[in-house]
Design a protein around this ligand. Structure first.
Ligand code: DQA
Length: 146
C-alpha cells in the first residue's frame, strides 16, 4: 500500500527553524522516521517536501491516481490555500492532516485550516510523532479492511 507523506513550505528547514515551536528534529530525521515507520508497517512510504504550491498540487493529483492514502502537512498553505484544499478534495483514499505544533494554541490566523474539512482526520501538537501516528492509523485501517 503506497502512502504519500507530503510537506509544504519551510518544513525543509526543520531542525533549525523556530526550534522553540517545531523542535530540533531535522527534516532528514523526519524523513527517516516516516520511512522507518513505513518499513515496520509494510507501507510503501514516499516522503516529499516543497516550497512551491504547484509541486504540492501535482503530487496530490499523482496521489489520487496511484497512492492509497496521504499524510499531509500543508504548513502555511493550511490557512489560506483553496487550491491545496481543492486538490485534497479530489483524493479518493484517506487523508490525514498533520501539524507538528498545536495550531489551536498559536496565533489566531493559524487556528483555522481550510484543508481540515476535506481531511479524514487531523493530528496536531504532537511534534514529529504525529506523522508516526498517522502512518499507524493508515496501517490499522488497511488491516481492518483486509
Ligand atoms: C505547521 C503549522 C503552520 O501554521 C505553519 O505555517 C507551518 C507548520 C505545523 O506543522 O505545525 O509551517 O503546519
Amino acid at each position: 500500500m503506497r502512502v504519500y507523506v507530503l510537506n509544504g513550505p519551510n518544513l525543509g528547514r526543520l531542525g533549525t527553524r523556530q526550534v522553540d515551536v517545531y523542535g530540533t528534529t531535522s527534516y532528514a530525521d523526519l524523513v527517516a522516521l516516516c520511512e522507518r515507520t513505513g518499513r515496520e508497517l509494510g507501507l510503501d512510504v514516499v516522503v516529499r517536501q516543497t516550497d512551491a504550491e504547484h509541486d504540492l498540487i501535482g503530487w496530490l493529483h499523482s496521489a489520487a491516481d496511484e497512492a492509497a492514502a496521504v499524510v499531509l502537512n500543508p504548513a502555511a498553505w493550511s490557512h489560506y490555500s483553496i487550491a491545496v484544499r481543492d486538490a485534497c478534495a479530489l483524493l479518493r483514499g484517506p487523508l490525514v492532516e498533520v501539524h507538528i505544533s498545536n495550531i489551536h494554541a498559536r496565533e489566531e490566523f493559524r487556528r483555522h485550516s481550510v484543508v481540515s474539512a476535506v481531511a479524514t482526520g487531523v493530528i496536531c501538537g504532537l511534534g514529529p510523532d504525529g506523522y508516526r501516528l498517522a502512518l499507524h492509523h493508515l496501517a490499522a485501517i488497511r488491516d481492518q479492511s483486509a
